[in-house]
Design a protein around this ligand. Structure first.
Ligand code: TXA
Ligand code: MG
Length: 331
């Protein structure tokens, strides 16, 4: 089987109708969100959710985000405390996922939540996917549409080449505007925890909460507090070298800003995240450039220093995890 690719831009109504009918039938549809392309299926159907895990090769202890059409749908599945309510009000729809206690009456299946008492809820900024979920009338589980542990897709073509043979439909909505996954915040009585930095910068969240986010501890890779914290993730095939001050011959360079490190003229390929030094542009380009450099099979991908403000934190988080060498515990 190979997924049909349908454009979300040419005939939006027809694309929506097809996506809804795939989901109603328990099938899998990849759709663009403002962050990355997601692999979506009805979160209330265990056999559908099992197919998502299989299509990604994802370990079943790693729970999925339930995407909703509006805040009312979110409140039917999660118990919002004051922090969650404030964050939803300020940032939804948008690149923010909130983890909270699951409502006892929630129909989200245990497999999607990996058996946890909590649920991760996201109201995406992308209108197309919200419309599809609204028509379905139930939350949809949606991990990034890539094989587990690899670079997330920000174009429909990347989804097609990664997992197109394992899913029913791909909606082509062009490149994603944010380009990094949502920021995941855990809301607990003790405070708000940063479970995964992402497309919504941490300082903006702290400003709304009026308090610092707590950092989550990685207990170990087999049982992380949030599996987005797995040490090796977002990996390329080529090894990655970070914070490079000098490029070695045969390396491909992922540059940032106008000044290139010494040795750049010997690089096998050079791509710039943002010549203007703009971190928003860099986030949107990160996965596309990593995929392009990786496809050229360089000796290594050398990454220039990235400033640590705003989205720089999430960009560096992804690059650090991508740079962890494969080991026996790699997932
Ligand atoms: O931007 C995004 O968030 C994209 C788009 C498609 O919405 N989705 C995405 O999903 O990145 P995924 O499955 O690749 O990442 C979900 C993250 C994982 O790190 C997972 O461990 C965490 O959310 N997560 C989900 N449920 C959780 C829970 N109950 N407690 C803690 N972490 C949870
Ligand atoms: Mg992912």
């Amino acid at each position: 089987m190979s997924a049909a690719m349908v454009s979300a831009l040419v005939q939006p109504d027809e694309a929506e109708r097809r996506a809804v009918s795939v989901l109603q039938a328990g099938g899998l549809a990849a759709m663009p969100t403002e962050t990355v392309y997601g692999l979506f299926g009805d979160a209330t159907r265990p056999e559908t959710v099992a197919r998502i895990f299989d299509a990604k090769g994802r370990p079943r202890f790693n729970p999925l985000i339930a995407h909703v059409a509006d805040e009312a749908m979110a409140r039917a599945h999660g118990v919002f405390d004051e922090r969650a309510s404030r964050l939803a009000e300020a940032f939804w729809p948008g690149p923010l996922t909130l983890v909270m206690e699951r409502q006892p009456r929630s129909q989200i299946c245990d497999l999607a939540a990996a058996g946890l008492a909590t649920v991760a809820l996201r109201l995406p900024g992308a209108g197309f996917v919200r419309g599809v979920i609204g028509k379905l009338g139930r939350p949809v589980a949606g991990p990034s549409a890539n094989p587990s542990g690899r670079v997330s897709p920000t174009t429909a073509e990347a989804v097609m080449s990664d997992i197109g043979d394992r899913i029913d439909l791909i909606i082509n909505g062009g490149p994603c505007s944010v380009g990094l996954e949502s920021t995941v915040i855990g809301c607990a009585p003790e405070g708000a925890f940063l479970l995964r930095p992402g497309g919504l910068p941490k300082p903006e969240i702290e400003r709304v909460l009026g308090e610092a986010l707590q950092s989550a501890q990685l207990v170990n890779d087999a049982r992380p507090q949030s599996p987005g914290m797995l040490s090796r993730h977002y990996a390329t095939h080529a090894p990655i070298r970070l914070d490079v001050r000098s490029v070695e011959p045969g390396e491909a360079l992922l540059a940032f800003g106008r000044t290139l490190p010494p040795g750049s003229d010997q690089a096998s390929m050079v791509l710039n995240l943002s010549t203007e030094g703009d971190l928003t542009e860099a986030a949107a380009q990160l996965y596309v450039h990593l995929r392009t450099l990786d496809a050229a099979a360089p000796k290594a991908i050398a990454v220039a220093p990235i400033p640590q403000e705003g989205l720089g934190e999430a960009i560096t988080d992804r690059l650090r995890r991508a740079a962890v060498p494969p080991g026996p515990e790699a997932l």
